[in-house]
Design a protein around this ligand. Structure first.
Ligand code: ADP
Ligand code: MG
Length: 407
């Protein structure tokens, strides 16, 4: 189902206040009863509010929910997207929305523009996208999680990612510039580069390899382990080096170490962990081995130096520590409790990041494309249907963003 962009653009101020009312009510009501929506919207009750509710439900920004005790509404991912985009727009962070360039397992990546015309990246976290019929660890509590708690998890992921990107950037790491965070979304600078995954050849694999290992060690020195350090999350900037006459290479020449410098830029931080984490060593080794395996397979490169090993990284960290970024992030508002909630989710759905797909398997949830959402009614009693409903809704929300102009 494709979004009618005009409909979104021309929400009346009343509709908008009602939408905000539903969001506010969702904080402590799974199903927000109509009288509460009226109260929270700050509008006088009556036909106006009802018209707005019906408009919002028609455009799938809210969904009607039938409950044993009372009927009411809940915010949808579409509604949450709208509110987040609106906030970015008000703060003049985003002017217009362009093409979607990536669909991760649990995120959408969209190019947006600032009013100056410069391009930026909008990353929308979509936890709950994975269809739980296909998840191996089919924990009951995941299945029965409701839509608003998925949205909460997505928001935690965005907060965490933004906090780490900021801390890393401020401490000299090569990461995108974090620009803004709102609800389940972040805005960051666009990196004009391809993921390592798409780079067929590098002039000197050994030097790129050691640079990447250096980054893993440097992160550890600042108290951190990336946790998903793979060929999708490393963007490779190609920076031409001018020759003696000041000329840079043209397309016909092969790139060599003399005429081209490769600069890795690291992205994707929702699964970062502290070097003090109980499983730190496992995460550290996994990051290291991911790069080892990839270089062997893709570039036929194997280092003759063993490691790096976690115990060495730890020694370096103790002897010559950088600033404790794990501690800094905690102090910045992404609390330990939030970290634990998000981590539990990630472990339970087996969110090992995008590396898992690297063997080229097709995306399982794609075949499962859910039944067309008929109308906007959801039975709360059908809990299994609910989690699938969330993934269907996420898909729909992703589609509607394509080509949507915010102006
Ligand atoms: P996910 O959590 O879904 O893996 P990522 O943050 O890794 O999301 O982004 C997915 C893909 O989108 C990346 O592999 C990369 O190709 C692209 N991408 C993400 N952020 C940027 C950025 N700031 N600049 C350019 N491309 C990006
Ligand atoms: Mg990724």
């Amino acid at each position: 189902m494709k979004l009618d962009a005009k409909m979104i653009r021309y929400l009346t101020s009343e509709d908008f206040r009602v939408l905000q009312g539903v969001e506010a009510g969702s904080r402590n009501h799974e199903v927000v009863p109509t009288p509460l929506i009226t109260q929270l919207s700050g509008l006088r009750g009556g036909s106006g509010v009802h018209r707005s509710i019906s408009n919002l439900a028609k455009t799938n920004l809210i969904a009607k929910v039938k409950n044993a005790k009372y009927d009411g509404y809940r915010l949808t991912y579409g509604g949450l997207d709208y509110l987040a985009l609106n906030a970015h727009q008000k703060q003049k962070v985003v002017y217009s929305v362009g093409n979607q360039i990536g669909v991760g397992k649990e995120s959408d990546i969209v190019v947006v523009a600032h009013e100056s015309g410069s391009q930026r990246i909008l990353k929308i976290h979509r936890l709950g996208r994975i269809s739980f019929r296909t998840v191996k660890t089919n924990r009951d509590y995941l299945r029965h999680r409701n839509a608003s708690s998925w949205m909460y998890m997505s928001r935690l992921a965005a907060m965490k990612e933004f906090a780490f990107m900021k801390a890393l950037r401020e401490n000299g790491f090569s990461v995108p510039e974090p620009i803004a965070q709102n609800r389940h979304t972040i805005i960051m600078s666009l990196i004009d580069a391809f993921p390592l995954r798409q780079i067929a050849e590098v002039p000197n694999p050994a030097s790129l390899y050691s640079e990447l290992m250096e980054i893993i060690l440097e992160l550890a020195r600042f108290g951190l382990i990336h946790g998903d350090f793979n060929e999708f999350n490393i963007l490779i900037k190609e920076i031409p080096i001018p020759n003696a006459e000041g000329k840079t290479l043209d397309d016909s020449e092969p790139a060599t170490e003399e005429n081209m410098r490769l600069e890795p830029v690291i992205i994707d931080f929702p699964q970062m962990v502290s070097i003090d984490h109980a499983n730190a060593e496992m995460y550290f080794d996994r990051d290291v081995n991911c790069i080892k395996r990839y270089f062997k397979r893709k570039f036929h490169f194997e280092s003759d130096v063993p490691g790096p090993f976690f115990k060495d990284a730890r020694k370096k960290f103790i002897k010559n520590p950088g600033k404790r970024l794990d501690v800094e992030v905690e102090a910045s508002g992404f609390s330990r409790k939030m970290a634990r909630e998000l981590e539990k989710y990630m472990q339970d759905v087996g969110a090992n990041g995008d590396g898992e797909d690297s063997e080229g398997g097709s995306d399982e949830d794609e075949d499962e494309d859910e039944e067309e959402q008929s109308g906007s009614e959801v039975e709360v009693s059908a809990e299994d249907a609910q989690s699938d409903q969330v993934s269907a809704e996420v898909e729909e929300s992703s589609k509607r963003l394509e080509g949507l102009q915010v102006s």
